[in-house]
Design a protein around this ligand. Structure first.
Ligand code: ANZ
Length: 957
């Protein structure tokens, strides 16, 4: 601002757009919107039914990944996505859509629980306080949410349905023939009638209740099983792999961690692997995220092959059955259940010293190696660079293609949880097998012809030759030969041969594992499961939901002697006898009986697996969502064969887990007929991150970013020079900027514009508080183009705009429309700015239609000032539901003028530019021109004289 004395300026211009004025109108309009229900999106029926005209419009469902209500509140980085969806939603409202946009809270979470453990304060209390704080922070931004639809996942009214969904999943199985989930009662009926054989061969009638439960447990989509976990007695809890250090101790507290088997709930997501993969093709998601999901699901086509041993067989999974003739040894995972069985009492005659690991007997060697492997995580075991370790089991198996006896090893690079937990090793053509073979002096046999000049004598090679595009060699047996075939043909031929012989078959293997669904925590959804006296799990009837969390004295898990591996977790819920041991009538005809409740809780992911459905019908006490309402907002339609939310915005860090789990639950609910959309999110968009500068002192500690002085490009804190780097924004790095601070200095509209103008939405960008003022000035100029700062009167005139202005206007309308639809908010703002500057530059009073259009153009981005100006322009209704301007094509076609660019006074280029181009823009275009760059030939620039739109004169240094 040119004024040096703001107070004086306010006297001269009492109606200027200032921060104080912005604060006043913003609060006023936010109150108005709340009272008016401006953002209420009507449902076709039910308690949120409304305006039939709006319901009749095409729907747009715009959604954010909802936040965890952290006690620290929001910094300016958090709302980037929320502002973006808000702008988009507003634009959609103005282009004839019934728009659903709201925001809830993902409120079960570890921080509140840890706080509770430390202070004894109920996590609900801290969580609700955090929610309220965030709500008021978000309200200040002027987000157009339908607040009637907001909820938190900790609300019993919400988690009742999370539990209900669990019950549906528990009571269903995946029918591989129909390729969908069905009620488990249908499976029971088939077993009863004999239509389907009961595994184990007995009749259903002959099985005890417990045996039946075990059989069904093998089918249920939610099932309990003994899962290997990282158990840390010292902390009293099970840890994720990432929480365990390389030497097998807890990251937090440095206690020993043991591999233990624990009864845990799982979700059979693997049943859906194929559908989760196939349906990705129909989704409008970033390719990078689709790829991550595909890799995570990890579909591998290969074969299972039996290697005979002692009258039985070890089955391997391989993706390279074409290399069977090159298999010179086998490896089992150390935990493989057959290891003991085939391990002989003594080393066979002539066993190589390096194979025994220095142990006297195979039994000893195996036991020692198993203990060593148990202390490592799967990630460490798979590390490529790692030295290959292992030990011979003393056993030999037969390679079925050539009858060769090949040694069987155990080694930790083979994982029990993948394939069959056993491999045939082909050292010539697999990098890990090659390293192992060299370490254990095992034969390496070339069966895939190298394309380089190394030759086929693999004993001389330095590394494996890995290729899918080569010829098979050295591969012929009695009745099968693969020699000369390409990989694909060789695979087909050997697979057919294996199948004919009954020793193998083609198979598909997935990397995807079932989803471990139990947590030993307090602050999560209780399982709607009770166990009867036989230990059989029963789901609670709907009438007993929600099952609420009990009040407890102590939120911490019980801890044990850190070295005592024979302990097991005791969850906070298990200590509440009154809650755990109950007598219930489950309505199953068995009458009241004693039961014990499940005392684990669900993982944090549960609540976010289906929240898009609850926003639709948040108060429905009869159903999770009314089918007609679900169909209206989510159902399949042209271009969206699987239905889903029209736009879902959030961080790329949720590429797999959350998005995969939510897709899985949708598919189960779809299969069971509860919803019409098998996919939750049709279009996904990942916003970038707002980064911030971190300033570190000489010791490397962050110092407060607000206390930094900049001198000649160097940075100082209390006189000491500090280093600047780009990092995350946050309290710990002392660089957090709150939205309140920016709102107070400039207003929410300025903050919104700044965040949207910083760069393309999907790109990360550094926050720069000093740059915010640029958007503030835009709003001030906009205000001045419509309102007299001295009198507060509207200055627009009822005249026809001139031709240049009409062209500038319609080009802006055309561009902004496309940009807003395409989420290119930064360029939309540039176009609004250009138009606004054009009006400022003409100096004349703005024609009413131009002013009105300008206000409508900026309304999605800066809704408060738009409402205020709209009102000032004489309208009595809100700007929110006005029609977005439509460009008149006559004025959009480009009219250009020729601009001459001179370097050292000589004409070097002629540019066709818009007559409305600004000096700045023209200078940029000229300096970027190829011929100009060539003419300058790397010389610096002393001066650029610009006379837009006709002349640019460059004086080189
Ligand atoms: C023989 C072979 C020869 C293999 C060759 C590879 C190359 P993806 O693509 O990830 O599915 N494998 C199988 N089960 C394993 C386990 N439990 N732990 C570690 N490795 C395992 O990989 C499949 C390949 O990984 C399989 O094909 C097997 O090695 C190995 F020239 O069999 B292959």
């Amino acid at each position: 601002m040119s004024e040096t004395n703001p107070a004086a300026a306010e006297v001269a211009a009492p109606h200027r757009y200032t921060a104080a004025f912005a604060a006043e109108i913003e609060a006023r309009w936010q109150d108005f919107w709340d009272a008016d229900g401006t953002y209420a999106a009507p449902n076709p029926k039910g308690d949120l039914a409304g305006d039939p005209e709006l319901v009749a419009k095409p729907k747009k469902y715009v959604m954010d990944m909802f936040p965890y209500p952290s006690g620290a509140g929001l910094h300016v980085g958090h709302p980037l996505g929320y502002i973006a969806t808000d702008v988009f939603a507003r634009f959609q409202r103005m282009t004839g859509h019934n728009v659903l946009h709201t925001l809830g809270f993902d409120a079960f979470g570890l921080p509140a629980e840890q706080h509770a453990v430390q202070t004894g304060e109920h996590p609900r209390v801290t969580t609700e306080a955090a929610i309220n704080n965030m709500k008021s922070q978000l309200r200040r931004l002027g987000l157009g949410h339908d607040k009637r639809r907001s909820f938190a996942t900790i609300d019993p009214d919400y988690y009742k349905w999370t539990q209900w969904i669990f019950v549906q999943i528990f009571n269903s199985w995946y029918d591989d023939e129909a390729k969908k989930a069905r009620p488990i009662s249908e499976l029971v009926a088939r077993f009863e009638s004999g239509e389907r054989a009961v595994p184990g061969g007995r009749s259903w009638d002959a099985l005890s209740a417990a045996e039946r439960a075990d059989v069904l447990g093998e089918y249920r989509l939610a099932y309990a099983s003994d899962a290997p976990v990282n158990w840390c007695p010292g902390l009293g809890t099970v840890l994720a792999n990432e929480e365990v250090t390389a030497d097998g101790r807890s990251e937090r507290g440095n206690f020993p961690v043991f591999k233990a088997k624990l009864r845990q709930w799982n979700m059979r997501i693997t049943a859906y692997a194929d559908r989760l993969l196939d349906d990705l093709n129909e989704l409008d998601w970033p390719e990078a995220i689709k790829l991550q999901q595909r890799n995570w699901i990890g579909r591998s086509e290969g074969a299972r092959v039996d290697f005979p041993i002692d009258g039985e067989a070890i089955t391997v999974f391989t993706t390279r059955q074409d290399t069977l003739f090159g298999a010179t040894y086998m490896v089992l995972a150390p935990e493989h259940p057959l290891v003991e069985k085939f391990t002989p009492a003594a080393w066979p005659e002539g066993t190589h010293d390096v194979w025994t690991g220095g142990h006297a007997t195979p039994g000893e060697a195996v036991a020692a190696y198993r203990a060593q492997a148990a202390s490592k995580s799967d990630v460490e075991r798979q590390a490529e660079a790692k030295d290959k370790t292992g030990v011979f089991t003393g056993a030999f198996a037969t390679n079925p293609v050539n009858g060769e006896q090949i040694p069987v090893f155990i080694a930790d690079y083979v994982l029990m949880g993948y394939g069959t937990g056993a491999i045939m090793a082909v050292p010539a053509h697999d990098t890990r097998d090659f390293a192992f073979a060299r370490a254990f002096e095992l034969p390496v046999r070339c069966v895939v012809e190298p394309s380089d000049d190394r030759g086929t004598d693999a004993s001389t090679w330095d590394d494996a030759f890995v290729s899918y595009d080569a010829k098979i060699v050295n591969s012929h047996g009695e009745d099968v030969s693969l020699d000369g075939l390409g990989v694909t043909d060789a695979k087909a031929r050997i697979t057919e041969w294996l199948a004919r012989k009954g020793i193998g078959e083609g198979t598909v293997n997935f990397r995807l594992r079932d989803w471990l669904f139990s947590r030993q925590r307090y602050w999560g959804e209780p399982f709607p499961i009770v166990y009867d006296e036989d230990g059989i799990a029963h789901s609670l009837p709907e009438s007993m939901l929600p099952l609420e969390l009990p009040e407890v004295e102590d939120y911490s898990p019980r801890t044990f002697d850190p070295d005592d591996a024979d302990t097991s977790p005791e969850t906070p819920l298990s200590r509440n006898q009154d809650w755990v041991d109950v007598t219930l009538d489950l309505g199953d005809g068995r009458g009241p009986r004693p039961y014990r409740r499940e005392t684990n809780t669900m993982p944090n992911w549960a609540g976010s697996c289906w929240y898009e459905l609850r926003y639709l019908d948040p108060h429905n006490s009869e159903k999770l969502v009314d089918p007609e309402i679900e169909q209206y907002w989510m159902g399949p339609r042209a271009g969206q064969p699987h239905g889903g939310v029209d736009l879902y915005v959030g961080g790329a860090e949720h590429a797999v887990l959350h998005l995969l789990y939510a897709r899985f639950w949708s598919k189960v609910l779809y299969d069971l007929g509860h919803i019409s959309s098998p996919e939750p999110f049709h279009k996904l968009y990942n916003q970038g991150m707002i980064q911030a500068f971190v300033y570190r002192d000489s010791r490397g500690f962050p110092v407060p970013a607000t206390e930094i002085e900049e001198r000649d490009g160097a940075f100082f804190h209390n006189g000491e020079q500090v280093k600047r780097e780009l990092g995350k924004m946050g309290k710990s790095l002392k660089n957090a900027v709150t939205p309140e601070a920016i709102c107070e200095e400039y207003g929410a509209d300025t903050l919104r514009l700044y965040e949207m103008a910083m760069g393309p939405l999907d790109v990360s960008r550094p926050w720069d508080t000093r740059a915010v003022v640029g958007q503030y000035r835009l709003l001030q100029r906009l205000w001045r183009n419509v309102v007299d700062e001295a009198t507060g009167e509207v200055t627009v005139v009822d005249t026809e705009p001139d031709e240049t202005t009409l062209r500038a206007l319609h080009k802006a309308i055309d561009g902004v429309r496309q940009d807003l639809e395409g989420l290119r908010f930064n360029t939309a703002i540039a176009k609004v700015t250009e138009l606004n500057n054009h009006l400022t530059k003409t100096g004349a009073a703005v024609a009413r239609p131009v002013a009105e259009s300008l206000v409508l153009l900026i309304a999605p981005l800066a809704p408060h000032i738009a409402e205020e100006l709209w009102r000032k322009l004489g309208h009595t209704d809100s700007v929110v539901h006005q029609d977005f301007p439509v460009a008149d094509p006559r004025y959009v076609v480009d009219e250009t003028v020729t601009c001459v660019v001179q370097v050292k006074g000589k004409v070097k280029a002629r540019l066709e530019v818009s007559p409305a181009i600004s000096d700045d823009e023209l200078e940029k275009v000229a300096l970027a021109d190829e011929k100009v760059v060539a003419a300058l030939d790397g010389a610096g620039i002393r001066k650029v004289i610009v006379r837009a739109p006709k002349l640019v004169n460059i004086v080189p240094a």
